[in-house]
Design a binder for this molecule. Structure first.
Ligand SMILES: Nc1ncnc2c1ncn2[C@@H]1O[C@H](COP(=O)(O)OP(=O)(O)OP(=O)(O)O)[C@@H](O)[C@H]1O
Ligand SMILES: [Mg+2]
Length: 341
């Protein structure tokens, strides 16, 4: 059996930004050739920083990385020739037309003459932009712009394609179309794709393997099914009428964990999450225990494990909370910056 070298291999990347911001705190990523790999994490987790280092746009403070077999620090030029990059924010020139953008990109990579014409036509067709090819990009819809971004990343037929949040800001219809397109790229063309996303559903749907990233490092990696499969039984979520105090929490934690078939009880404000061998069977006992403790329940649900539950298990907080935390932090930073002016 021959084993092929990984298409992307990053080891223990550390990156800090001025102001004591640790963007990466020991980031490890391995992507097998010809596969789609998803870096999944909330805002500020370090996804774009990882992509910037792997695409030679930023240097790590320490750690090593190779892409398509080339060291990103020693041979950045070789890495650049082997990769396509679709950044989180569009790189297309809004004043130029779709065709002009593609032609310019092609020329940057040394394409010319008939080969350039053919490649541009092929990409316009493939990304259903042929009709809009003569219009300036500033008049494109969000979905059209994002399709052009991906086409731009593919002009020189890269081995590895980096997609940083390919569908953020797209409406559901455009998002589904983009998912189909990414699926086709990986399937037909054997491209290696590393994508970042903060949509659990996107990672679940597109990536063969995912790494869940939290605060600058990978907390767990595996196939979406293996990660969900590792969680025993059902996810039980209870929403309380009032937040629990410290005393109530410690009292209840013991009482609930003692119930047969109930594990991993986590409490947070008004919410209790637990795993149960059989969620429906455990629910009456859970509700009775809460009633005995005088805790009012507003809502109760039982569900098969989702990636959200995987995140909760490994990062210790719910995905939506991590997103809200990052948003609050960003707002704070803005206020501080505004106040200092
Ligand atoms: N140029 C920079 N200067 C200072 N801090 C930065 C810079 N770029 C990123 N950071 C910080 O590093 C951390 C990681 O940012 P990064 O952009 O990698 O996260 P992300 O996972 O891509 O988030 P998002 O989902 O919002 O795109 C954040 O705390 C961010 O504020
Ligand atoms: Mg980002």
């Amino acid at each position: 059996m021959t084993t092929r070298a990984p298409a992307v291999e990053a080891r223990h990347l550390i990156k800090t930004y001025p102001g004591d911001v640790t963007a990466l705190n020991g980031m490890d990523v391995t992507v097998e050739p010809g596969t789609v790999f998803g870096l999944l994490g909330p805002n500020g987790a370090g996804k774009s920083t990882t992509v910037k280092i792997l695409t030679t746009l930023a240097r790590p403070d320490s750690g090593t990385a190779t892409v398509a077999g080339h060291d990103v620090l020693r041979h950045p030029d070789r890495v650049r020739r082997a990769i396509g990059v679709v950044a989180q924010n569009s790189g297309a020139d809004p004043v130029a037309t779709g065709r002009e953008n593609l032609r310019l990109q092609g020329r940057l990579y040394g394409l010319k003459g008939g080969a350039l014409d053919r490649r541009v036509d092929e990409l316009l067709e493939r990304f259903t932009l042929a009709d809009a090819a003569r219009r300036p990009v500033k008049g494109y819809s969000g979905g059209m712009r994002r399709r052009l971004d991906v086409a731009l990343g593919l002009v020189h037929r890269p081995e590895v394609l980096f997609l940083d949040e390919p569908t953020t800001g797209l409406d559901p219809e455009a998002r589904t179309a983009m998912w189909d397109e990414i699926g086709r790229l990986a399937g037909d063309e054997g491209l290696t794709i590393l994508l970042t996303t903060h949509y659990l559903e996107e990672a679940d749907r597109l990536a063969e393997r995912i790494a869940i990233v939290d605060r600058g490092r990978v907390v767990v990696t595996g196939t979406p099914d293996s990660l969900k499969g590792e969680l025993r039984g059902d996810a039980v979520h209870l929403e309380l009428r009032a937040p629990l105090g410290e005393a109530g929490r410690s009292l209840l934690s013991g009482a609930l964990t003692a119930l047969p078939g109930v594990h991993e009880v986590l409490m947070d404000g008004r919410r209790i999450s637990a795993r149960a061998d059989d969620g429906a069977a455990a629910m009456p006992a859970l509700l009775a225990a809460l009633e005995r403790a005088g805790v009012g329940v507003a809502a109760a649900t039982v569900a098969r494990p989702s990636l959200d539950d995987v995140y909760l298990r490994y990062a210790g907080r719910r995905y939506a909370e991590a997103e809200a935390e990052a948003a609050a932090l960003a707002a704070d930073t803005l206020t501080l910056a505004g106040g200092a002016r």
